[in-house]
Design a protein around this ligand. Structure first.
Ligand code: SF4
Ligand code: SF4
Length: 486
């Protein structure tokens, strides 16, 4: 361990920790552009200059300098503040002042640092540099060279994280710019991550640009439901409509990344044809009447099976299991949805909670399906035709009626994963918290409450809130199944 002082505070850090990392870890913010914890150190932007051991003639870039024993670091000294002002004045010489029409405005470190650390005015009276705008790097990414501050995060992302070089830096001096390589448009299925790491509005997503101002949107910290990786995301919504998914850093799961397919899947959860009330035999019915009908149809549970979507949370599934077992239903199965995984993040299981379902006792549908009297389908899940062959009744609970809806004796409303509270267990056994990004509006209760109410008085008394069910899932899965919640 190394002991040093930062702004007069004595701190201890691991050998090899940089000054910037040490300062951040102890709550002292040092501005930077080119450094990124998941891309690495470059040291080109000069924003992170600090004063070491009183040396004001030659400030040190804190992202690259390792902490030394007994070092005395100042991150807010007059010399540091003066240097930051100078660096920012230099950046703003050529950066267009078009914040009012820039998609990055409101989440732009250049804007923020200029406000917080910048000189407030400029001595530059010459004409700003002009450069290509609206350059299509692919059918997903647009580049504006005038806004680029040449931090090279985007090129280093491809080199260091994706082991490819679809873009690079060309030319020199004032003509220096980011350019597409000779092989044409970027084709990487994780290319939209460069939009997030670009610290200015030079790289924008064709899908998200000019869609909605960031300050008008609500952001929910949740989990991507696209596959069993369980990438941590922020889901942004405006007036009840999902507008974008962005990765949320979790060094143990997805670092700062997510796949383009997952990112662009948000609109799938903006439903236009949702089930807003219960139906019995095709006719709208009070929820209580429909729930009574379910229990009447299921009877003692003989010959009845439950097929659950693994887009349900653990809490939905525990409540469902509790109801099913109270009614003698012992055949608890979960659905399967697959897609092509890869060796980076995408998993072949295209649902977020198969591990949670299995931990709670739901099994894959057996190859040899027994003859069934009835089937309860919980969630939006493909149903193997063999399950429908002999049944007398079908209960279907889902956000949309889908193909099963017309055949259902009882149709119950359901929520999408972006409307749920609870937890998912990812493919590595990590249990992570799911939070609602949008509210489905009236008539659509939380799924776990529906099964809890069906289960009866005891479940209602035991689980007055989702926190109680989360606790019950803790116990049901056992502590070893709960890697962490984020
Ligand atoms: S496009 Fe953005 S991320 Fe790439 S070098 Fe320019 S400012 Fe940095
Ligand atoms: S890898 Fe899976 S969980 Fe991650 S963003 Fe893609 S679809 Fe979502």
């Amino acid at each position: 361990m190394i002991t040093l002082t930062i702004n007069g505070k004595t701190v201890e850090v691991e050998d090899g920790t940089t000054i910037l990392q040490a300062a951040e870890a102890h709550g002292m913010k040092v501005p930077y552009y080119c450094y990124h914890p998941d891309i690495g150190i470059d040291g080109n932007c000069r924003m992170c200059l600090v004063e070491v051991n009183g040396n004001t003639d030659k400030l040190t870039i804190s992202c690259k300098q390792a902490c030394g024993e007994g070092m005395d670091v100042q991150t807010e000294s007059p010399a540091v503040k003066k240097a930051r002002k100078g660096v920012l004045e230099f950046y703003l010489i050529n950066h267009p002042l078009d914040c009012t029409i820039c998609d990055e405005a409101g989440q732009c470190p250049l804007q923020d640092y200029a406000y917080k650390h910048g000189p407030g005015d400029s001595r530059f009276v010459e004409e700003k540099r002009k450069g290509p705008k609206k350059v299509e790097f692919s059918d997903k990414v647009i580049f504006d060279s005038e806004r680029c501050i040449l931090c090279t995060r985007c090129t280093r992302y491809f080199e260091n994280v994706r082991d490819s070089r679809p873009i690079g830096v060309s030319d020199m001096g004032g003509k220096c710019t980011i350019t597409l390589g000779p092989n044409g448009p970027i084709e990487d299925p994780y290319q939209l991550n460069i939009i997030d790491i670009c610290p200015v509005g030079a790289l924008t997503s064709l899908d998200a640009r000019f869609n909605q101002r960031v300050w008008f949107m609500d952001f929910a910290k949740t989990i991507c439901p696209g596959c069993s990786k369980g990438c941590n995301i922020e889901a942004a919504a405006y007036q009840g409509q999902l507008k974008r998914f962005e990765p949320r850093r979790n060094p143990d799961v997805n670092k700062s990344w997510m796949c383009d397919d997952g990112r662009l899947s948000y609109d799938r959860y903006n439903l236009t044809d949702r089930v807003r009330s219960a139906h019995v035999a095709g006719e709208p019915a009070e929820l209580g009447v429909a729930l009574d009908k379910v229990n009447e149809l299921v009877g003692d549970g003989a010959g009845v099976a439950v097929l659950a979507s693994t887009k349900n949370t653990c809490e939905d599934l525990l409540a469902l299991r509790t109801w099913a077992q109270a009614h003698g239903v012992t055949q608890l199965w979960h659905g399967a949805e697959t897609w092509a995984g890869d060796d980076f993040l995408k998993q072949p299981d295209a649902t977020p909670n198969t591990a949670g379902a299995q931990g709670l006792g739901f099994e894959p549908v057996p190859d040899d399906v027994p003859a069934l009297r009835g089937l309860v389908v919980a969630g939006d899940v493909p149903v193997p035709p063999a399950l429908l062959g002999t049944i007398d009744f079908l209960v279907h609970q889902a956000p949309t009626a889908g193909e099963l809806g017309p055949a259902a004796m009882v149709l119950l409303p359901g929520r999408t994963p972006l409307e749920k509270r609870g937890t998912f267990v990812n493919h590595e056994g990590r249990r992570q918290q799911v939070r609602p990004a949008v509210d489905p509006g009236p008539g659509v209760p939380e799924d776990w409450t529906l099964w809890r109410d069906l289960a009866g008085e005891t479940a209602r008394a035991d689980w007055p809130s989702v926190r109680h069910v989360i606790g019950a899932v803790d116990r049901a899965l056992g502590a070893d199944k709960v890697a962490s919640a984020s």
